[in-house]
Design a protein. Structure first.
Length: 270
């Protein structure tokens, strides 16, 4: 078992030797999440104060942070007592030159594993290995359990990291679907894309994929309706028409363009 197992891709988890060290108190939980995001690297006191008090720290914030650190180390002490050999809690949550660092000899962070799998999946797709790319991207996406850090109050570093991870996730989903469309799996993608376009009503790439999947599944009228919904939402929310690329796709559906049925690599989304 990994000494330190951190989960960022959903509700926040942190296990030492299989035992949770995540506190219920909001400030301590937020501090631990901040240290977990930068696991293995020191987080400065300034960044900690900014995150915990959102730009309005109390006088002498270092004293409060030291109290939170002490409480976290007490939780860590209980967890590391299960390990053989045991570890000093002050080595797990250590004080550095300008702040604190969370680390252990063996660390697993689900977000890092996710990004590793996505990177290898994208590389496989770039080599023309769509089947392998889909497998790797699907394995990475399966690590998600909900929105990143869904049960942690966030600002500053934590909010930026959660938004970044959510964006990487969405990009990975789109890359996987592109590859699956090239592999001819349009029929089984329709239900997933129905949900995704509802969750992301202004995300044009997902709508392009949805339109193509519907068209290739013998549902051209629904493909046209999907474009009309996107156009209405875009005009209502943004005051602009869909991109030229989407309008061209719409014309292709109307005309029954043969290229829409071709699984060629030159067409990224359709």
């Amino acid at each position: 078992m990994t000494d330190l197992d951190i989960g960022l891709l959903g509700s926040f988890t942190a296990l030492v030797g299989g035992a949770s060290i995540v506190p219920s108190a909001a400030k301590q939980r937020r501090l631990l999440a901040l240290l977990a995001v930068s696991c293995g690297r020191e987080m400065s006191m300034a960044a900690i104060a900014e995150e915990l008090w959102e730009g309005c720290p109390p006088a002498g914030p270092s004293a409060a942070v030291q109290t939170y650190v002490k409480q976290l180390r007490q939780r860590i002490a209980t967890a590391v007592s299960r390990l053989t050999p045991s570890v000093d809690p002050k080595e797990v949550l250590s004080r550095g030159h300008s702040g604190y660092r969370l680390d252990m000899p063996e660390v697993r962070v689900d977000a890092r594993e996710f990004e590793r799998l996505v990177r290898h999946g994208e590389q496989a797709i770039n080599r023309g290995e769509d089947e392998q790319g889909v497998l790797l991207l699907s394995e990475g996406l399966a690590l998600w359990r909900g929105q990143a850090l869904s049960d942690v109050r966030m600002s500053g570093v934590l909010r930026a990291e959660a938004l970044r991870l959510d964006e990487v996730r969405l990009t990975a989903v789109q890359s996987r679907i592109d590859a699956e469309l090239r592999l001819g799996r349009h029929v089984h993608l329709v239900s997933e894309l129905t949900a995704l376009t509802s969750l992301h009503p202004l995300q044009e790439h997902l709508h392009a994929q949805f339109i193509v999947a519907l068209y290739r599944s013998g549902r051209p009228s629904q493909a046209l309706e999907a474009f009309r919904r996107l156009r209405a939402e875009s005009v209502k929310e943004l005051g602009i028409e869909p991109s030229r690329r989407l309008q061209e796709l719409h014309r292709w559906v109307l005309a029954g363009e043969p290229l829409l049925d071709a699984r060629v690599r030159t067409l990224t989304a359709f």
